[in-house]
Design a binder for this molecule. Structure first.
Ligand code: AMP
Length: 431
């Protein structure tokens, strides 16, 4: 007979504080205590977008990989290094969206939104995913709000894309930011300039950082906005695109700066600003905050007049922006802006079993009237219920026991002033 081996595993069950699962690096829980600030930001975004007559669009968080590689550009950091791409069970290549423009344009084309109106103005709020090295202000799942205007070539729309985030920031009390703008040219003037730039960069090739050296042939414009001191020094005095724009791009850029001037919106023309996405034409801009450290970009955007066509739609002018919510929250925290959710309007403290049932029914009646009401679910003592009412910052407390139920009246205590007023239990009015 075979000897039966019983493997004895005598492991203690894990103590409750030894966690089995943790969130993935670069992702963050948004906890109830954080939610008031998030909701304030989201509310402000919705209000401002509404005021500018943008309508919300919600697209899936994952799409065909090719949508992003096509639009953002194969050689960009996002596509070459940062996308969450996987093969699903049907062997399709899927990517979690790293930004919102590509999906919005795909939805615009697929649903024929351009047919319904010559100008489509939409906004979105939602999570984006990039496998970046996590650090303060840089996450792998982060949130953006953004907008796209499709169908118009007026510089007024480019400026509107700057005004939208700036108005959102202003409404939230953030004033310290800088707005940098540039023109990255179009298919007429950029290719010519790119060749010139490549030739110029080859002359200083040996002095460039390895990262920039790798970009000279593939993405020479990015070399210009490298943050490396070495690259800055090597490219000092190099011809800039500003001086090689075609007439149309020049005129468009002037249109943008004139409007900014007439709005008295402070801005700086940064001829080296390129931004990390390939699809921009003409205007590119970035908003940074002086309250943030190295990851100081709050928002960025620009015009992308060729992108709809590139994705299979009819030729359509387009311009948009995207802004990071976590970065904005960091600024709000630095500025010590606090967002608190007020406590429930009413907390009913029950003295016994019967009152507890009454309180539960009454609470649902009050909630139907739109009065936020809390009761005790843990069968706590009166003292503990009062403590809880304080902890949740209830505005009014009603203590109910046998006596109150028999009389049909009770006392409503204003927790701030301590004042008490008599109330009819059948007709409780708050405030
Ligand atoms: P982009 O889509 O790269 O133009 O980024 C627009 C804005 O999104 C940036 O200015 C940041 O505020 C925010 N953002 C981009 N990447 C991240 C990230 N990895 N973590 C947090 N915020 C980000």
């Amino acid at each position: 007979m075979k000897k039966q081996h019983t493997l004895k595993v005598d492991l203690p069950s894990p103590p409750p504080f030894l966690m089995k699962f943790r969130s993935i690096k670069g992702t963050k829980d948004i906890l109830p205590a954080d939610v008031a600030a998030w909701q304030a930001v989201e509310r402000t975004v919705r209000r401002v977008m509404h005021d500018f007559h943008y309508r919300e669009i919600r697209t899936p968080v994952f799409e065909q990989t090719a949508l992003f590689s096509r639009s953002i550009g194969e050689l960009t950091d996002i596509v070459s290094k940062e996308m969450y791409t996987f093969t699903d069970r049907s062997s399709d290549s899927i990517t979690l969206r790293p930004e919102g423009t590509a999906s919005t344009l795909r939805a615009y084309i697929q649903n024929n939104l351009g047919e319904a109106s010559p100008l489509t103005k939409v906004y979105y709020i939602g999570p984006m995913f990039r496998q970046e090295r996590p650090q303060a202000g840089r996450l792998r799942q982060f949130h953006q709000f953004g907008a796209e205007a499709l169908g118009g070539q007026s510089p007024a729309l480019d400026v509107e894309m700057m005004l939208l985030p700036l108005e959102i920031y202003r409404s939230l009390g953030v004033e310290a930011f800088s707005l940098k703008i540039n023109s990255v040219g179009c298919e007429k003037c950029r290719p010519r300039y790119k060749e010139l730039l490549k030739a110029e960069l080859m002359k200083v090739y040996g002095r460039l950082s390895p990262e920039s050296q790798a970009r000279v042939q593939s993405n020479p414009l990015r070399v210009l906005d490298s943050k490396e001191e070495q690259d800055r020094a090597a490219t000092r005095g190099i011809p800039l695109l500003q001086d090689h724009l075609c007439e149309e791009c020049k005129k468009h850029f002037q249109g943008v700066t004139q409007l900014l001037d007439s709005l008295q919106l402070k801005h700086e023309v940064d001829p080296r600003l390129v931004r990390g996405l390939d699809y921009y034409t003409k205007t590119a801009f970035e908003i940074t905050s002086t309250a943030l450290g190295s990851q100081d970009a709050l928002a960025g955007g620009g015009r992308y007049d060729l992108l709809v066509e590139e994705l299979g739609g009819k030729p359509t002018f387009g311009v948009g922006f995207a802004a990071g919510i976590e970065r904005l929250l960091m600024v709000l925290e630095k500025l010590e802006k606090s967002f608190v959710e007020p406590g429930p309007a009413l907390y009913i403290v029950a003295l016994d079993e019967r009152s507890r049932k009454w309180a539960f029914t009454k609470a649902s009646e009050m909630r139907k009237k739109g009065i936020q009401t809390e009761v005790d679910y843990l069968e706590r003592s009166v003292k503990a219920q009062m403590r809880d009412a304080n902890r949740v910052s209830a505005q009014y407390v009603l203590v109910v026991g046998e006596q109150e139920l028999a009389a049909g009246t009770g006392k409503l205590k204003n927790m701030q002033s301590g004042a008490e007023v008599g109330v009819d239990l059948n007709d409780i009015r708050i405030g």
